[in-house]
Design a protein around this ligand. Structure first.
Ligand code: PLP
Length: 413
């Protein structure tokens, strides 16, 4: 008889957004007339920009002609896209990243879940709390997180770094007794919408280099940054090439959530200095290449051409416009909630607005109240970790009209 990967059985409950969808569907069934506004899940709503659509059409035509048809894509991505990313996302910002350090993928979710595979089974992870759930759950599946405590909703072998209003939503460097090997950081942050200044990120890079840890830096929301003091990439920090992996996504900057495209950056200087099986100074780059080569057959050609179009002059202008439309919603929600007396965070360099629930309500109590009395769906902060309790996330990814209507309803609560 077959057995199971028992680590999957350790995972508590179902995925946060599945729970929310179930609750909303139930509510809609019982209240068929309710006009529900969804500001919960972080999915975009604007269509792909014209430059991307044009590139897609052209690539589809190429696939229909034997002379230009493409089969399997290179495992690590087409050169044209790797070069565009290295030049535009990194070299133009003064970051020393070359095209062959860019691994093209189908998005940051799968990469953020899969990257843990190349590290030792006993590696200790540190995560912000609250956190994008994928980082923790993928390590649970790999058997790295120890035992789950229902009461505290924490894993025994995970270092949680609370990010609360009291510490400006910035994770604190762990004490000497809790030294991590893998540190997950995501800024601009999902869910808090808060950011780290370059000097703060530099402290993490210095720390990781000192203790021999790797930072997995999720930059999925970098295009929402407008403040010049906030780094778009961890490689803007000195020394990051020897301690950091960066995750990139085309989902939130260019609306590729349904198209699927992302990248993982692993500099050649990032090496494991411990001797393992007689090998020393092994590059993480070589392990991820091997992993990609064995388990992945490359993002589709037409999608990579669409990604290339994001870096064209028209593409850049068009996606900038989309981001600013979402940021107009973020500003509206942020100011509206402030006016209504809420304690509000994020929303300035991020499409997420993070608020403290009124009257010390739990996150799920506030979720129910908002759904029932305002027909607005948001995301309970506790779904992102214990320190998210008494907080709530609204996204700016809806339409402006819906953001305005939602705000009116929230003000009338
Ligand atoms: N990383 C973070 C922090 C996210 O919030 C999300 C999606 O919401 C992703 C990654 C997923 O990105 P992708 O669509 O590229 O898989």
């Amino acid at each position: 008889m077959f057995t199971l990967n028992e680590n999957y059985l350790k995972l508590p409950g179902s995925y946060l957004f599945t729970n929310i969808a179930r609750k909303v569907a139930e509510y809609q069934k019982n209240h068929p007339q309710a006009d529900i506004i969804r500001l919960g899940i972080g999915d975009v709503t604007q269509p792909l920009c014209p430059a991307v659509i044009k590139a897609l059409h052209e690539a589809v035509d190429e696939m229909g002609d034997a002379a230009t048809f493409r089969g399997y894509a290179p495992d690590l991505g087409y050169e044209f896209l790797r070069t565009k990313m290295a030049e535009n996302d990194y070299q133009k910002r003064g970051c020393d990243i070359k095209a062959d350090e860019v691994f093209i993928s189908d998005g940051a979710k799968s990469d953020s879940a899969n990257i843990q595979e190349i590290f030792g089974r006993d590696s200790k992870i540190a995560v912000c709390d609250p956190v994008y759930p994928v980082y923790v759950d993928s390590n649970v599946m790999a058997g790295r997180t120890g035992d789950y405590d229902e009461n505290t909703q924490t894993w025994s072998n995970v270092i949680y770094m609370p990010c609360l209003a009291e510490n400006g939503f910035a994770p604190q460097i762990p004490d000497e007794e809790h030294t991590p090997e893998l540190i997950y950081l995501c800024f601009p942050n999902n869910p808090t919408g808060e950011v780290l200044k370059k000097s703060q990120l530099q402290e993490w890079v210095d720390y990781a280099n000192k203790v021999g840890a790797v930072i997995i830096f999720d930059a999925a929301y970098e295009s929402y940054i407008s403040d010049p003091e906030i780094p778009h990439s961890i490689y803007e920090c000195e020394g990051a090439r020897t301690c950091a992996i960066e995750l990139r996504s085309f989902s939130k900057n260019a609306g590729f959530t349904g198209l699927r495209l992302g990248a993982t950056i692993i500099p050649h200087d990032l090496k494991c200095h411990k001797e393992i099986m007689g090998k020393k100074d092994v590059e993480l780059h070589s392990l991820w290449s091997r992993r990609h080569g064995t388990k992945y057959n490359g993002a589709p050609y037409i999608v990579q051409r669409a990604g290339e179009a994001v870096y064209s002059k028209e593409g850049e202008e068009q996606i900038k416009e989309q981001v600013s439309t979402y940021m107009k919603n973020a500003t509206f929600l942020y100011n509206g909630l402030k006016d209504a007396g809420y304690e509000v965070y994020g929303g300035k360099n991020s499409p997420y607005v993070w608020l403290r629930t009124p009257d010390n309500m739990t996150s799920w109590e506030f979720f129910d109240l908002l759904l029932d009395k305002a027909n607005v769906v948001g995301t309970p902060g506790s779904g992102f970790g214990p320190s998210g309790e008494h907080y709530f996330r609204l996204t700016a990814f809806g339409s402006y009209e819906n953001s305005v209507r939602a705000m009116e309803r929230i003000k009338n609560l």
